[in-house]
Design a protein around this ligand. Structure first.
Ligand code: GLA
Length: 377
């Protein structure tokens, strides 16, 4: 893997924090403080209001950042070419050379991948000591992985004194970390949502042009919640990759570059299940703009209908639901939700529900408040 950015060794005078002299009472074990200002990067998880399995089909989506996310704090390392990192929630550590760290599985793959992919993209990094912690539930379709990639990149860049000028380019780097180092295919939905969302707003993303536009998420007294289906993840990655493959197959049969260019009439002539897969993508794209219209006119009943229609399409046409997810959706609708649907890649994970004013929070529900995009705190 080419490394275009050469690691820079800061000179004595350039070391960040040189003005912060250690106080007498600061004993050696607390030397992290003495090395300089601690930088903290936060990146949120996301929930996709509507527009599922459309990102890798050049389609539309409407995600928003949630308030839960991953925090990476740290500062320059004593040894300029080393990265040391602590995964605080797991009680584990890693340490490796800035150049050529090699591969390590699990959370370490994200850190090593971030270091290499940033350098490959031309960012010169410096050694860093990092601490990772987070409160976004893992493996529930809430993009804890994207939050981790994004927070790591912001922290590494911040410590190296590099400004992030192009957040879309950074989203692509984060997506490469996931595909090349963690081995999971993703579109750009999760990374863009984490990097570009704003408080109180959803983000309409057009994946053909990567044009992103804020959409105020005004729900009045209504509430959005996520409820875990408790489904094990076994099928999730393989099922996700299989759907992407089916979409590629449908494109080549239809002679189109992406399913954004497909139409319902011709899709109906494809052999099953490709006909249904394409129908989901086409109708889901339409539902994104219909949901924006419902939000704009504060028609929460209509928004609920669209969530239900999205779920039916994901269940029947895209076939990414499971019995545990169906039971969760049924439970939420029976409790009076205006709409409920599976979120994220599917095959388990969380269910999103729109609750009417005053409706009690269902058991195990996490209330979703649209939060800020990733930032240095
Ligand atoms: C996962 C992927 C996203 C997107 C969704 C489905 O979350 O990471 O890129 O494809 O599934 O909408």
């Amino acid at each position: 893997m080419p490394i275009t950015g050469s690691p820079e060794r800061p000179g004595r005078d350039e070391r960040p924090g040189r003005d912060e002299r250690p106080g007498r009472d600061e004993r050696p074990g607390r030397d992290e403080r003495r090395r300089g200002p601690i930088l903290t990067a936060f990146a949120p998880g996301r929930v996709n209001l509507i527009g599922e399995h459309t990102d890798y089909n050049d389609g539309l989506a409407l995600p928003f950042a949630i308030t839960a996310g991953v925090t990476v704090s740290g500062g320059p390392a004593r040894r300029p070419r080393m990265i040391s990192v602590e995964a605080a929630d797991l009680g584990e550590r890693d340490e490796f050379e800035l150049v050529d760290p090699g591969y390590a599985p699990g959370w370490r793959a994200f850190v090593r991948g971030a270091v290499i992919e940033l350098q490959s993209a031309g960012y010169a990094l410096t050694g860093a000591e990092l601490r990772i912690s987070g409160d976004v539930p893992r493996r529930r379709g809430l993009s804890s992985s994207a939050a981790l990639e994004v927070a790591l990149c912001l922290a590494l860049l911040g410590i190296a004194g590099r400004a992030v000028t192009d957040r879309i380019a950074l989203a692509r780097i984060c997506s490469r970390i996931e595909s090349e180092w963690v081995g999971a295919q993703t579109g750009l939905l999760d990374q863009l949502a984490s990097l570009l969302s704003s408080w109180g707003k959803a983000l309409r993303i057009d994946f053909r042009t990567l044009e992103c536009r804020d959409v105020p998420l005004r729900l009045g007294e209504h509430r959005l919640v996520a409820v875990d289906s408790d489904e094990p993840r076994s099928l999730r990655d393989s099922g996700y990759n299989a759907r992407r493959e089916e979409c590629r197959d449908a494109c080549s049969r239809l002679g189109v570059h992406s399913l954004r260019d497909a139409d319902l009439e011709r899709a109906a002539q494809l052999p099953p299940p490709l006909d249904r897969r394409v129908r989901h993508v086409i109708t889901e794209n339409r539902r994104v703009d219909q949901a924006i219209a419902a939000l704009t006119s504060a028609d929460m009943g209509r928004l609920g209908e669209l969530l239900n229609a999205s779920h039916a399409s994901l269940r029947d046409d895209y076939e990414v639901s499971t019995s545990a997810v169906e039971a969760t959706v049924a439970r939420l609708l029976a409790a009076g939700a205006l709409g409920a649907r599976i979120v994220g890649g599917g095959f388990g994970g969380s269910v999103l529900a729109l609750l009417a004013p005053g409706a009690p929070l269902p058991a195990g529900a996490m209330e979703l408040v649209p939060g800020a995009g990733a930032q240095l705190l």
